[in-house]
Design a protein around this ligand. Sequence first.
Ligand SMILES: [Zn+2]
Ligand SMILES: [Zn+2]
Ligand SMILES: [Zn+2]
Length: 147
Amino acid sequence: MTETNPIVDALARAGCRLTAPRRAVADLIASYDGHFTAAELESLASERGLQIGRATLFRTLEMLIELRLLERVDLPSGEHAYVRCSPGQHHHHIICSRCGRTADVADPILAGAVADLGRQTGYRVDSHRLELFGLCPSCQTRLKRTA
Ligand SMILES: [Zn+2]
Ligand SMILES: [Zn+2]
Ligand SMILES: [Zn+2]
């Protein structure tokens, strides 16, 4: 097996025990290019004939969020979804509302605006979340072609 799963690698680096169900969840997640919901993961798991309990699934998702390998996002539809993330520098996600593909965006400008808001309100701002939704370049091209 030469195939490497970055999520499995990161779990190993973080010293997490790589139980079979955790590895299976990591494999499921690796097959998504964009966002996914817990329900989608569950149905993909059963499609592939994997036995992953609901509790294990959610616990693994929580663990990956803590390790900042996943981030929870609220879709415009109100659905809760997850996107793969890379720990390290603070960034935001820009998400295609058509195909779900995501990209990371740094926010040097927003960081200043957030600091201003903190000064204005007198709050000590500890964190903020922002998701951007729109059409990715390939969806824009595809739409233009069919128009
Ligand atoms: Zn990210
Ligand atoms: Zn797209
Ligand atoms: Zn930010």
